[in-house]
Write a protein that binds this ligand. Structure first.
Ligand SMILES: Nc1nc2c(ncn2[C@@H]2O[C@H](COP(=O)(O)OP(=O)(O)OP(=O)(O)O)[C@@H](O)[C@H]2O)c(=O)[nH]1
Ligand SMILES: [Mg+2]
Length: 329
């Protein structure tokens, strides 16, 4: 009860604009704390206003630099921005994140307005998407209008994270060569906007032409064709163009009804995950604590009962255990 009350205080502080409360609540929802359902209950009525933009792409493509510069631009336009940087904990990029964060903060002039937070991908597969979803909800309730999520597009889990976004930006850079082939297979399907960053480097023109061709393959039936923007993030070139493209994409999503569809998919994922979690908790309790379960196992090992039949019987017992558990609440 005490914990619950302090959660209520924290949420109140969050709604009142406390950065400290935002940080603490994010830590709780990231850790999949047992208080998550209580927190989300309080947060949810205040969310639904933020627009989430996912940034993905190969390591070193310039995502953090780009995210920092775009945040700076939006900040200068008076928009409230938050950045979630996903640390893929990969052996290639691990440890680079702290540097990223510092650089991004320098880029945005260490302004309090831009809230920057990194999330680790430790934990089970898929767990990161749920944690990111919840963190985004907290930031949404905190009053952030735009939430940027940066992740390295190397694995399935990272790609999953981008599905949380309303708009997905794939960041590419020259010198990728054969990687265009790989793009066709994976990343091309998820991008709404493609950014060719490091347009100041050799080979930018030719790769730009290849991407332009690839965009035709990437176009989903009946949907808007993805667009390509060229940027030189370190020199703050093309950032305004990227913002214009984002606004166009957002307008398209709203007018076509796609935004509603995308958000419904996210809600479905979150609700299913919450149901799964609850079911798993009860199931663990049943297998660890129920004497009926123990007895059932014994009967298979000593009385040679058929395991399949026994599983059916135990499942029935589990169902009543589940009902009992709920009515006791
Ligand atoms: N020449 C050039 N270099 C750039 C540009 N944008 C970023 N860089 C440099 O590219 C390097 C990687 O940039 P990051 O922003 O850290 O790239 P990232 O995609 O976030 O990297 P990871 O998060 O490690 O995957 C840094 O040294 C940047 O200064 C650009 O437009 N042109
Ligand atoms: Mg980065």
């Amino acid at each position: 009860m005490k914990a619950k009350q302090s959660i209520e205080d924290l949420v109140k502080e969050l709604l009142g604009g406390s950065v400290r409360a935002a940080g603490r609540l994010i830590t709780l929802v990231e850790a999949n704390d047992s208080l998550v359902p209580d927190i989300m209950k309080l947060i949810y009525p205040h969310s639904g206003n933020a627009y989430v933009i996912g940034f993905t792409g190969a390591p070193g493509a310039g995502k953090s630099t780009l995210v920092g510069k775009l945040a700076k631009l939006l900040d200068s336009k008076g928009k409230k921005v938050a950045i979630i940087a996903i640390d893929p904990s990969s052996p290639f990029t691990g440890g680079a994140l702290l540097g990223d964060r510092i650089r991004m903060m320098e880029d945005v002039g260490i302004k309090q307005n831009v809230f920057i937070r990194s999330l680790g991908s430790r934990g089970e597969m898929g767990g990161l998407s749920e944690a990111t979803y919840r963190v985004a909800n907290v930031l949404d309730a905190f009053g952030k209008e735009f939430i940027f999520v940066e992740t390295v597009g190397t694995g399935q889990a990272e790609i999953e994270v981008t599905k949380l976004a309303d708009s997905v930006i794939v960041v590419l850079s020259p010198g990728m060569g054969d990687e265009i082939q790989t793009l066709k297979a994976g990343t091309m399907e998820i991008g709404d906007i493609f950014v060719l960053n490091k347009a100041d480097q050799a080979g930018a023109e030719s790769i730009s032409a290849s991407i332009q061709t690839a965009l035709h393959w990437a176009a989903k039936h009946g949907e808007r064709m993805p667009t390509l923007v060229k940027t030189v993030a370190i020199k703050e070139q093309g950032i305004e163009d990227l913002w214009k493209e984002l606004e166009l994409h957002r307008a398209y999503l709203i007018e076509s009804g796609q935004l509603k569809i995308r958000r419904e998919k996210r809600i479905r994922m979150e609700v299913c995950k919450l149901m799964e979690d609850k079911l798993a908790r009860h199931f663990n309790k049943f297998t660890c604590e129920s004497p009926d379960f123990e007895q059932g196992i014994k009967e298979v090992s000593t009385d040679n009962k058929n395991p399949c039949q026994q599983a059916e019987i135990l499942l029935e017992t589990f169902m009543s255990f589940l009902k009992q558990g709920d009515s006791e609440k």
